[in-house]
Design a protein around this ligand. Sequence first.
Ligand code: C5P
Length: 422
Amino acid sequence: MLSGKRILLIVTGGIAAFKCHDLIRRLRERGAEVRCVMTEAATRFVTPLSLQTLSEDKVYADMFSLTDESEMGHIELSREADLLVVAPATADILAKMAAGLADDLASTVLLATDKAVLVAPAMNVRMWAHPATQANVMTLGGRGVLFVGPNEGPMACNEYGPGRMSEPLEIVAAVEGYFTGKLAPPDPRQALPQPPEAISLPHRPLLGRRALVTSGPTREAIDPVRYISNHSSGRQGHAIAAALAALGADVTLVSGPVTQPDPAGVRLVKVESADQMLGACKAALPVDVAVCAAAVADWKVAKTVNAKLKKTPGAPPPAISLVANPDILATLAAGGADRPALVVGFAAETEDVIANAVAKRQRKGCDWIVANDVSPGTGTFGGERNTVHLVTADGVDSWPTQTKDAVAARLAARIAQHLVAG
Ligand code: C5P
C-alpha cells in the first residue's frame, strides 16, 4: 500500500497521457498523494484541469510562473516527493534526462531532484527501437533510473511492437515495487533484448475477414451432476478473440465454461463438451483463420448416464471408462475446401517445449503452433502472463514473457500480417 507516499507525476506529451487519469486514481486509491507536473506538449493531450481535479492538488506546468515559484520553487517541488514518476515518458524527455537538459519545468525538476525516478516510456515502436533511445535508456539505467515497460501491442500509429505505455496498474505495481525494494534499474552492462521488428499494418487490417477462436476447457459429463474438466481459464483464448476483433475481424468465439467476461464485439457460442465444440466450430466455417486455444479434454466418458450415479453402501466405486474426444484442431486443419487459410494451434508443454511443439505442428497438420510452458511454477494456467514460442514452417520465434493480452495482440498482428500483407 502507498499510504502517505508523495508521488510527483510528470506527464509528458504523448497519446498515452490519457491513461494518467486512471493512474492518478489508482495511486490515490492506495493512499498515495499525487502532485502533477505537465510539459507544454502534455497539455495538448490532457488538460491541467482534469489532472488537478483528480489529484486534488495544484498542477504545475509553467517554469516561469511567478506565483508558482513564490509558493513552491522547482527545487522544492522536485525534492518534496518520495518518488518521481514520468508517465508517459516520451523519447524526448528520455533524451533530455540522459543529456541533463533543463529547458522546461519537467526537465528542470528531473535534473534538480535527489529522489528516485521511475519512467514509463511511451512512443512509436521505431522511436523506441532507435539506437539513440536505447542508448539513453542504458545511460539512465546506469544512473539508477527505474523503468516500467514499454509494453508491446498495436499502436495509435497503426504499427505494432514495443512502445505502448504500461497499463496504470502495472505502473502502480512498479511504484509499490520501488517502495518495497523489489524494483531494480536495468543493468547497463547487459544489452537490452533486441526489440522485435515493427509490424506495419493498415487500419483495421482484418476488416472483411472471418476468424474462429476456441477457448476455455471442455466439460465431459459423467452423469447429470459430475464431469471431467481442467483448469483452463480461457483468458488467452478470449484475449485472442478480442485482439482479432480489434483489428476488424468478424470473430466467432467458441468457448467452454469460463468465468471470463464475454469479450465485446465477437460472436460468442457457449458449449460444454468437445463434441459440442467441434459442432460449433464446423458451423462457423468458412473462416480465414482458426485459432484453437481451448484446452479440450482428451477423453470423454464412454457411456454417460441420465441419472445421478448413486453410492450403494458396500458396493465398489463405479468404473468409468473413457474414449478419445475428436481432435478439433486436427479436424479443422485437415478440412477440405473449407480449410481455413491459416490454422493455429496451441501446445501446452511441461518439458522440451519447442521440440514437442515442432512435432505437434506436423502431427496436427496445422500451420502455426503457439507453444507455452505450463510447468508448475510458471503460473501460466489461470495466470496473467505467458511465455510463448511461435512455431511456423519458417522456424521458431521466441517472444518475451508478457501479459496474455500482449501475447494476443502480437499474435493477432502476425495473423493480420500473414493474411493481408502476406
Ligand atoms: O494434443 P494437445 O491437446 O496437446 O494439442 C493442443 C492443441 O490442440 C490446442 O490447440 C488445442 O486447442 C487443440 N486440441 C483440439 N481438440 C482436442 C485436443 C486438442 O482442438 N481434442
